[in-house]
Design a binder for this molecule. Sequence first.
Ligand code: MRU
Length: 352
Amino acid sequence: MHMSLFEVVGWHEGKVRMLDQRLLPDQEIYPEYSSAAEVAQAIRSMVIRGAPAIGCAAAFGVAVEAHRLAQAGVPAHWEEALMPGCQTLLESRPTAINLAWAIARMRQVIAAHPTPADLPARLLAEAEAIHREDIASCRAIGEHGASLIQPPDNRPLTIMTHCNAGALATAGYGTALGVIRSAHLAGKPIRVIACETRPYLQGARLTAWELVKEGIHTTLITDNMAGHLMSQGDIDLVVVGADRIAANGDTANKIGTYSHAVLANRNGIPFLVAAPISTIDLNTLRGSDIPIEERPADEVTHCLNQRIAAIGVHVRNPAFDVTPAELISALITERGIVRVPNREKIRGLFSK
Ligand code: MRU
């Protein structure tokens, strides 16, 4: 059984505890949060990031808000009392749908609360269920995905990934890195190419940290090296995570993913997306309807607090892009693999 070497988010003595991912790989620090507003700020400022992980954090954020409010006496109208906290959490980041999905689950518990005094405990139980289920989904994604990792007889299979869709981006184990982890644990000879993922460097700082810690052979490249390596036959397969998958299979993921998908298609390399069902948003019909977060300019003008661009230059910083479904060879979910996803096949996943 694979044990995670760190805890991304959890409940600790009445508070929400998270690993501060901004400080990795240098320091492993676990700050604690006591209100929905504090958790929302942690999500906004990237203490925690990755679609399923921010869903879990938001769920714990609602639970901690209920505990905080209950300390001053049980509110007569929980829905009213918790609404501002839920709204602040909801607005913390716009693209990953897992955030809204987790808050909708917490709201169902609030709406159904039979005994007001029990609600904080019930909300904590729901947040813990979301957290537990996410780990189980990642393990199932890993198992399904590993069946697609078939190294040739004479050499290891080289898998490229972008950003961090690992244990750090989920409750644990990871989606794209879950596939890699499961293949590695099954003894399949693999090598990983991690794209550094400018501007926030999730690949260099987080993916490389996770994989090296587990003894998985990992090579770091800058994002603009991917096309060259693909054209040289140095990459066999690409696997990435997702922040929101529209009803037709179009997939939003970290900025740069779309370029990798186009290059993979041009070079005849399979391009896989690994994500839990909670990342699929049937209410978003197509990729162009997915809201794309624009992040602060200093993430582009600076690198690790060092200015690297001319003062006065204009900046764009979209944090995500959309890969059209037709460029996706397979979508790997906890309910199985969908080859070349489309609207019908995606709807089919929800009836399983
Ligand atoms: O801006 P981030 O770091 O939250 O973006 C994360 C990604 O794009 C991940 O690839 C995605 O959330 C999938 S995580 C399993």
